[in-house]
Design a protein around this ligand. Structure first.
Ligand code: ZN
Length: 152
């Protein structure tokens, strides 16, 4: 797909995150490390998360390689999870998946989470939906591993 086929405002948000990914670079002593790959278009994401004493996301380290939709999603996600608990991140992830399946309520709810609602426009390009979901796969796996290692 071509980015210039997307709606104007959404395109701007996606291009902005592609050109200037937020939270790029490794962080020290992350509590959560996540990784996911989509061989179909060479997408790869590394995500590191540092939690504060209350269990909220305090620091995020991002490394992305691949197509623009994946890079933009990784960057938007890294911003949206700042200050959130792991439970809250899982709620956002579930809503994001619903949005990508066409749920308009979830799309509305996504407006509270930075620029993530811009990715609703990717639904026009079904083959790219996977690219927008890869970062969520990574973070969900990372949270699951963290919980296994730190039972309540
Ligand atoms: Zn991709």
């Amino acid at each position: 797909m071509e980015l210039n086929e997307l709606d104007g405002l959404y395109r701007e948000a996606i291009l902005d995150h592609c050109r200037n990914p937020r939270n790029l670079g490794a962080i020290d002593a992350p509590e959560i490390e996540a990784h996911a790959v989509n061989p179909f278009c060479g997408d790869e994401i590394f995500l590191q998360i540092g939690l504060d004493a209350a269990g909220r996301v305090e620091r995020v380290g991002l490394d992305v390689r691949g197509c623009s939709i994946m890079q933009a999603t990784g960057s938007m996600l890294s911003e949206a999870i700042e200050g959130k608990t792991l439970d809250e991140i899982e709620v956002i992830s579930a809503a994001f998946h619903k949005m990508m399946r066409g749920d308009t309520e979830a799309e509305e709810a996504m407006k509270q989470h930075g620029d993530l609602d811009a990715l609703a426009s990717v639904r026009q390009f079904p083959v790219r939906i996977k690219c927008a979901l890869l970062s969520w796969t990574a973070i969900e796996d990372g949270i699951e591993e963290f919980r296994k290692a730190h039972p309540p």
